[in-house]
Design a protein around this ligand. Structure first.
Ligand SMILES: [Zn+2]
Length: 408
């Protein structure tokens, strides 16, 4: 089946609107509010009832960071959400958690490099994934009260995509100002261990409010199918695949369901905060739906769904056999959709942790996409295939109609 030009054009319009006209969708920013407003208005136009539950968050403004030793400057970047500071202090170099345990860093600046700076450290209040060795390092640092932290990092494709160097800290709750630099700059800086360095970070945390948008249709909400797509984007990136693609599919699906009047409830959720340090939208959704996840017959998460290379990949989690059969039966009619590998980083984790049958949709070549584009300015509409957005929306409409018929 060939989708009409009109719907492909609508897909292109949504992408353009979300990524170009609104140039920053990071949670707490003005663009983020413009994006949630746009989503709410658009789905209302297709007859959905909407609700925009709010949460507190922060916006962050910065004017860079400067670091020098004896007047020699180094290339550095302020960690996202860092507090500002102006510091002159001696530097201590630390490469492992063991070294950190015994290091004297109070009132000094600590350079973290090598093993201790290999993985991006999870924000201290991050509720979903927070390994003990990350918590241990954060607690030690806070207990030892250094004046600031310099992190020399390499690559961590799993957690931060293609960004190099990556910020070791990205945490609006962490109280020690920090910057980051490349491994090479870190090697040069380490040669100055014990010397005075001068560091200035110009940055500010600005209290803000964000919201999820929840759009509903269908007679029953106690038996419903839920679709998630996170609407926020990484600060300073257009976030076309990540995740204007998923949001655009929700908007197309809303239009395809404009005349829907079935019994099965349909809930479209523009989730706000997947790429924000504390996932406030996810936490809000979890709290609102505590004890009610068994009403959800199927939870669907759309993230990075339409990379222009490769196919669209789906994966299933905890679905009973008849549901697996129904979904596969629909998807086989769309040659652009294939069953792909399991992945656990996305918002469908909320369904999985609540035992809700779930379906995740992403791009087949996710690894390539994450390695080359994700969380960089290169994640722009040119690498999104609008035909695939339409295909995914059509297939999801079919799933809704089949599930509704089944519920009779
Ligand atoms: Zn994403």
């Amino acid at each position: 089946m060939v989708p009409s030009n009109q719907i492909v054009e609508a897909a292109g319009f949504y992408l353009q609107r979300l990524c170009i006209e609104i140039d920053n969708r990071s949670t707490g920013s003005e663009g983020n509010r413009a994006a949630t407003d746009f989503f709410a208005r658009t789905v209302s136009g297709f007859g959905f009832e909407t609700e925009s539950p709010q949460f507190d968050c922060i916006d962050w403004s910065q004017n860079g960071a400067r670091l020098s030793v004896k007047g020699v400057p180094f290339e550095v970047f302020a960690s996202p959400y860092s507090l500002g500071c102006q510091v002159t202090a001696p530097m201590v170099v630390v490469s492992t958690a063991e070294e950190l345990t015994s290091a004297e860093i109070s009132e000094k600046v600590v350079l973290l490099r090598g093993e201790i700076a290999r993985e991006q450290l999870m924000p201290k209040n991050f509720p979903f994934y927070n390994p003990d060795h990350h918590r241990f390092i954060i607690q030690l640092l806070e207990a030892k009260t250094p004046k600031a932290i310099v992190a020399a990092t390499s690559r961590d494709v799993v957690m931060v995509g293609s960004q190099y160097p990556f910020p070791l800290f990205e945490d609006g709750d962490f109280i020690i100002p920090s910057i980051y630099m490349t491994e090479e700059e870190g090697n040069k800086l380490a040669a100055h261990a014990g010397e005075q360095l001068q560091l200035e970070i110009q940055a500010e945390r600005i209290p803000a409010v964000g919201c999820n948008v929840i759009a509903r249709k269908g007679a029953r909400q106690d038996r419903r199918v839920v679709f998630f797509a996170h609407i926020d984007a990484r600060m300073g990136t257009p976030g076309a695949n990540d995740n204007a693609s998923g949001v655009s599919v929700l908007l197309l699906l809303a239009e395809l369901l404009a005349d829907y009047s079935g019994s099965l409830g349909v809930e479209l959720v523009a989730m706000n905060g997947e790429d924000y340090f504390s996932n406030p939208g996810e936490q809000r959704y979890l709290a609102e739906n505590a004890g009610r996840f068994d009403e959800i017959v199927l939870g669907v998460n759309l993230d990075d769904v339409a990379y222009h290379k490769g196919k669209v990949a789906y994966s299933l989690y905890g679905c009973p056999d008849d549901l697996v059969g129904l979904i596969q039966d629909v998807f086989t009619k769309y040659p652009d959709l294939i069953e792909g590998q399991a992945w656990y980083q996305g918002d469908h984790g909320l369904f999985i942790m609540n035992g809700t049958p779930s379906l995740a949709i992403t791009s087949e070549l996710l690894e390539e996409l994450m390695g080359d584009f994700t969380h960089t300015p290169k994640d722009s509409p040119e690498i999104v295939d609008t035909n695939k957005l339409v295909t995914v929306a059509l297939s999801l409409r079919d799933i809704v109609l089949r599930l509704d018929r089944q519920s009779g």
